[in-house]
Design a protein around this ligand. Sequence first.
Ligand SMILES: C[S@@+](CC[C@H](N)C(=O)[O-])C[C@H]1O[C@@H](n2cnc3c(N)ncnc32)[C@H](O)[C@@H]1O
Length: 287
Amino acid sequence: MNVADLLDEAVKTLKASHAIDHWQNGRERIEAEDLLAHVVDGDDPEPDDDVGAKVARRFRVLVDRRATGEPIPFIKGYAEFRGIELIATPGVFVPRDSSEFLVEQAVRRLRRRASPVHVDLATGAGTIALAVAHEVSRAAVYGTDLSRDAVQLARRNAKRLGLSATFVSGDLFDPLPRPIAGAVDVVTIHPPYVAKHELAELPDEIREWEPVHTLTDQSDDGLELVRRTVEESPTWLSRTGWLLLETDPDRAREVKKLFVRGGFRDVQSTKGGELRVTRVVVGRRPA
Ligand SMILES: C[S@@+](CC[C@H](N)C(=O)[O-])C[C@H]1O[C@@H](n2cnc3c(N)ncnc32)[C@H](O)[C@@H]1O
């Protein structure tokens, strides 16, 4: 069998899967190519190259795993995110390409500062915090998460990447060192924002593979953690500091209203990422 035939077969298997969300045109082919590249470990096979029986067998096992909904980063053991590789393990939210836009917005604001301080709330695997630490090396970066497993993984990721960031476990700002209160230039958060009643509607690949506390704050509108972040951020932000929050298109308008009601200035909802699906709501600390 050649590469093209093997990929076609995999695309068919992935397209037939009910566990995968087929929201993006061509997603199955991108994933099949990603898995094949993983199996051949960096070789770049041509479509008419022959594939050995062993490679084909290993590849089909991975495709079958993906067809059950298992996220690709769990299959590969890592996720690529803005040029860094993050270990991905079940129990901690999988880094998403869509969050790269939040990093872009944070980096732009932090690079202008002489001694930048960044706090990433609900940090998961350390995704946003570590990408910022990688791109703004002089920044003091902190990440917090309620989940101890997440904090442990974030620390592991930092160590493996040789990046400097402090990860602490606890609720939102609670575990941060008090001396940075009033000195934070950028707070980022990609919170769990699915409303409680919407959980059942999520595709299997999310509902069955991501822990529920990473998806919802159990509120009726999914915005309880957003409300608390808006309320608590001003104490931690510097006078010219920004709050940046990643959400989905359905919630962006409501999030924007919460920022405005909380006294934030220059509030904007920005659309970005490669697929222009993600929304990042930004606002300057209330005066
Ligand atoms: C959608 S995930 C985002 C993870 C990571 N920021 C990313 O983008 O890959 C939400 C994260 O919020 C954490 N979380 C939930 N409630 C929290 C709280 N009250 N305080 C801190 N973290 C919380 C979860 O454990 C989970 O890691």
